[in-house]
Ligand binder design. Structure first.
Ligand SMILES: Cc1cc2nc3c(=O)[nH]c(=O)nc-3n(C[C@H](O)[C@H](O)[C@H](O)COP(=O)(O)OP(=O)(O)OC[C@H]3O[C@@H](n4cnc5c(N)ncnc54)[C@H](O)[C@@H]3O)c2cc1C
Length: 412
């Protein structure tokens, strides 16, 4: 039995830890924060299997310059971090070409096509199937033009094997009676699901992991102790060194600095999003929804109705700009006219986003016993179980059933 140290106990780290544990390893997870309060805490909670078109898609690139100048627009860049983000942004922009959009979508879909089945199998294995709702997810459009603009992308998704139906605004209202009656049309993502609560999702996985003999150590990794060929230990803030046979770096947006300590340069930004949990929303909602024009999601969690979204480039230590969360909640009233917006609990999350929107999964260049499992951007929850399976194969030296070339760390 080998000892594997997983750095980061977010949704990706704990899914990897469980898979490694199932494969017979002794596993220690290092997690400095409260369990389940990483990026996934602020998530829309969707298993967004067909969200395979990169964020750099042309529509976004056309709108981005205007948005960037508006501190309260859907996508913004804080002046203090503009210079630091520039190299990332140039790479991001280079991925807006049609040929890149197609290639990236294919690469992401290789991971998302099995992701729902992987997640269902993982949850069933641990008696946690109740964490997943069975309802699909709906996207709402104000006008036929908005849907027409997206149709090309939906066709790409269909061609890759995903199920997307177009319905009228009236049919959407029949599916979800609390929404406004004047939506023009909607799409139903038949193969998406949503979770009942993202914090509980991560917390329950941690519970199972520790009940099965796993160790969660409250510790912040600060770097690696290195030998000639890889890592010989993880140094922590308290001065300890945690040793293992192998290491998995799954510290979300914070992975970049730790990888740099190994001499690995990861292109990744911690892109801020906000979630507001409305604990007495005054409306009944059964489907998770996306409001296309607003660029945010509304998800029924057991802890309240969550309104989540926003894309903000700021440093890892930047203070939240809660005004951005408030704006999303105001816009959510357009979708749900009966929405009560108090009491509200606000959360911030940092999506670990690469310039090509693809995750980084694979051995760290130059450090054979370190596996990188990070950069999942807006898909970490969707891809957690699939990533766990891949990391399990890599740790055992088995060839994964997916070609891993597209997700390697040195592709940038
Ligand atoms: C508004 C919003 C909406 C989203 N909606 C969705 C969605 O609908 N579907 C979806 O699939 N994804 C969604 N996402 C993305 C998803 O939340 C992330 O991709 C996912 O949470 C990333 O998981 P992770 O484990 O890599 O990172 P995290 O969840 O951030 O976990 C990383 C962990 O590492 C720990 N850590 C940090 N530094 C160190 C260190 N030095 N040593 C040890 N540990 C450390 C942190 O404390 C944290 O717990 C959304 C994100 C946001 C912000």
């Amino acid at each position: 039995m080998s000892h594997i140290v997983v750095i980061g106990g977010g949704v990706v780290g704990i899914a990897c830890a469980l898979e490694l544990q199932d494969d017979g390893h002794q596993v220690t997870v290092l997690e400095p924060g409260p369990i389940g309060e990483g990026a996934s805490w602020a998530s829309c909670g969707s298993i967004a299997v067909s969200e395979v078109i990169p964020l750099s898609k042309p529509g976004i690139m056309m709108k981005a310059p205007g948005w960037l100048l508006d501190p309260l627009g859907p996508l913004t860049l804080r002046a203090s971090s503009a210079l630091g983000v520039l190299p990332w942004f140039l790479r991001f922009a280079a991925n807006a070409r049609a040929s890149r959009i197609k290639a990236i979508s294919e690469d992401i879909s290789a991971l998302t096509l099995p992701s729902l089945a992987d997640l269902q199998a993982m949850l069933a294995r641990y008696g946690l199937s109740g964490l997943l709702r069975s309802t699909p997810v709906m996207e709402l459009y104000d006008s036929p033009e908005e849907l027409a603009h997206e149709r090309g992308f939906h066709d790409m998704r269909r061609a890759l094997g995903f199920q997307i139906d177009e319905i009228s605004g009236q049919d959407a209202k029949e599916m979800e009676p609390s929404i406004a009656g004047d939506f023009s049309c909607a799409t139903v993502f038949r193969d998406w699901r949503s979770v009942v609560d993202t914090k509980r999702f991560v917390t329950e996985l941690h519970r199972v992991f520790t009940e099965r003999g796993g160790t969660v150590k409250h510790a912040r990794a600060t770097g690696f102790l290195q030998n000639g060929s890889g890592a010989a230990g993880v140094r922590t803030e308290s001065g300890e060194t945690i040793t293992g046979d192998q290491y998995v770096l799954a510290a979300g947006a914070w992975s970049k600095n730790l990888a740099r300590d190994l001499g690995v340069s990861i292109q990744m930004e911690g892109v801020i999003g906000y979630q507001t949990s409305l604990t007495a929303p005054g409306v009944d909602v059964t489907h998770a929804m996306v409001y296309a024009k607003g660029g945010f999601g509304i998800t029924p969690y057991e802890s309240g109705l969550a309104v989540a979204g926003s894309i903000e480039f700021a440093g890892l230590d930047a203070e939240p700009n809660w005004k951005r969360a408030e704006i999303l909640v105001e816009k959510a009233k357009r979708v749900l006219p009966g929405l009560r917006t108090e009491p509200a609990q606000r959360r911030i999350g940092r999506r670990p986003l690469t310039p090509d929107t693809k995750p980084i999964i694979g051995p760290a260049p130059g450090a054979a016993n370190v596996i990188l499992a990070t950069g999942h951007g807006q898909l970490g929850l969707t891809l957690c179980a699939t990533t766990g399976k891949l990391v399990r194969s890599l740790a055992a030296g088995r060839q994964p059933n997916i070609d891993m070339h597209a997700y390697r760390a040195d592709r940038f």
